[in-house]
Design a protein around this ligand. Sequence first.
Ligand code: SF4
Length: 172
Amino acid sequence: MKEELKAKLFQEGKESFPAWWITLENIGFILNWAIGFYLLLPFKCCGIPIVSWIYLIILIVVQILLKYHNCTNCYYYGKWCHLGWGRLTGLMFKQDSGNLETGMKLAYSYILQLPVILIAALIAGFMYGFSFTNIVLLVLFVIINLLQGVVLRKKGCEVCKARFICKGSAAH
Ligand code: SF4
């Protein structure tokens, strides 16, 4: 993190986040991604759910790149941020090694996740039929995404040390 930005840190922000907060947020993300994977299963090629696997590969690559480009430049690098990813990044990459501009562009993947999977799941439903499980999971997927994007993200940003300097902050 650049020295001039340190002066603009939110002094009352949390230095680290409790384990229950980190665990709950991570469960939310894993659930979100797992449902996304499941909803794409109907698209098969030679019996292989190819679209689900492509989704998973893209997800893993984007997540690694986000850690590299965003988290290496964050105040919480090496620390327990609200997701614990700052700590994880500290074990994987050198501090300030990523490009924040690239990281910000990659962060749009969080916004795109909902419409892309939602449209794909609806197409899958019209092509292969809607099962009860798929409808329930689709509703759950929408709820989790809205909860994460509208409620939880703001809550995390409000007590984040970087809330005034982070371009992705929901609590400026
Ligand atoms: S302000 Fe929000 S988006 Fe930015 S680092 Fe803090 S919690 Fe993450």
